[in-house]
Ligand binder design. Structure first.
Ligand SMILES: Cc1ncc(C[n+]2csc(CCOP(=O)(O)OP(=O)(O)O)c2C)c(N)n1
Ligand SMILES: [Mg+2]
Length: 354
């Protein structure tokens, strides 16, 4: 197949964004293992799916996500400082420590806070896409979710309303084959997730989610369709999560080493790097240089955020009411007593019951 004529700098940027995701992910996992932050949902292996697809979005578009799309938000403008502050839930955290860590959000890049409750982002994103349509705004809403989320009620109600209202949305199903320890075969009798779109009156397509350019091209077509008033569509990005479901999970208890090995050979970063080298776009040593510069930048920010103060306890009861009501004041004073008795709560031993 003839490839479109891509701008070499654009291609290099694409690799850089994928590398940002890989570096940030690796560093966050190390921090979690060292007991410095509480929870990480690794994006390792899924970089091409998120970066490729989200590269087709414009600044005015929206990204609705699940656990593993924080890296795409970095590409769209979420600063390293804010990302890491949210992982520490410290006083620089724009969510004020009210979300679990790794539950990122960024107002500036149209990246709403997401919920652990699987599938909730679908009806939320559809509602926002419908509002954009009614108000005549030039916005496309990319709504990301996993293969497991196709079994949630949010998937049904989201796609159903989207089809009826013909909203400007692209549903991006990141099919990594697993919903924690449940393989796709035990979750659905229709393994071709793209065919589920048909039931809601929208076209569905599947693409190699480890091929960043294929993800970009497929998404570009569907985003243009939505922007032009053609309505919603479903895009399945077939990929694999190389690590556990989260930092609390041990995938060796339910996955075959051979399966992991097969996907290791399809590493999306290695793939695009080899391609760019073969095209003369990337010179020898450039990847390593980019990687060490990014890691140094991330490490600098980690030091700053680790030293930042935690959210003041008082913030627990602020912001919701103009005047703090009596019952909250009472609860806060009781909590203050407990905190004084036991000292500050620490980050725990990294175990989270998910
Ligand atoms: C409504 C609901 N049910 C169950 C869970 C527990 N849970 C957390 S993640 C997850 C699996 C998600 O799998 P998938 O949608 O494929 O996303 P992935 O983690 O593979 O990216 C489940 C069942 C939940 N958070 N919410
Ligand atoms: Mg999955």
């Amino acid at each position: 197949m003839e490839l479109p004529a891509y701008d070499p700098q654009w291609l290099k940027d694409l690799l850089r964004y994928m590398l940002i995701v890989r570096c940030m992910d690796g560093r966050m996992m190390k921090l979690q293992r060292a007991g410095r932050i509480g929870f990480v949902g690794s994006m390792h292996g899924q970089e091409a799916a998120m970066i490729g697809a989200c590269s087709a979005l414009e600044a005015q578009d929206w990204l609705w996500s699940g656990l593993r799309e924080g890296g795409a938000a970095l590409m769209r403008g979420l600063p390293f400082s804010e990302y890491i502050a949210q992982m520490y839930c410290n006083s620089n955290d724009t969510a004020k420590g009210r979300q679990m860590c790794n539950h990122l959000q960024h107002k500036g890049s149209h990246y709403p806070s997401w919920s652990s409750v699987i599938g909730t982002q679908l009806p939320h994103g559809v509602g926002a896409a419908y509002a954009a349509k009614v108000r005549g705004l030039d916005e496309v809403h990319a709504i990301f979710f996993g293969d497991g989320a196709t079994s949630s009620s949010g998937f049904h109600s989201g796609l159903n309303f989207a089809g009826v209202w013909e909203v400007p949305a692209v549903f991006c199903c990141v099919d990594n084959g697993w919903a924690i320890s449940v393989p796709s075969s035990q979750q659905t009798a229709q393994l071709e997730y793209e065919r589920k779109g048909e039931c809601y009156g929208m076209p569905g397509y599947a693409v190699d989610g480890n091929d960043v350019l294929a993800c970009f091209e497929a998404m570009k077509t569907l985003v243009a369709r939505a922007r032009g008033g053609g309505g919603p569509s479903l895009l399945v990005l077939r990929t694999y999560r190389m690590q556990g479901h989260s930092s609390s999970d041990d995938p060796t208890r339910y996955r075959d080493a051979a399966e992991v090995e097969t996907w290791t050979k399809r590493d999306p970063l290695e793939r695009i790097t080899r391609f760019l080298e073969s095209q003369g776009v990337l010179q020898a040593g450039e990847y390593a240089r980019m990687e060490s510069e990014l890691l140094a930048e991330i490490d600098r920010e980690i030091h700053i955020q680790e030293a930042a103060a935690p959210m003041p306890l008082k913030s627990l009861v602020e912001d919701v009411y103009g005047d703090i009501p009596r019952h909250l004041r009472k609860q806060y004073n009781e909590f203050l007593g407990v905190a004084k008795r036991y000292g500050d709560a620490d980050v725990g031993d990294g175990v989270f019951p998910l």
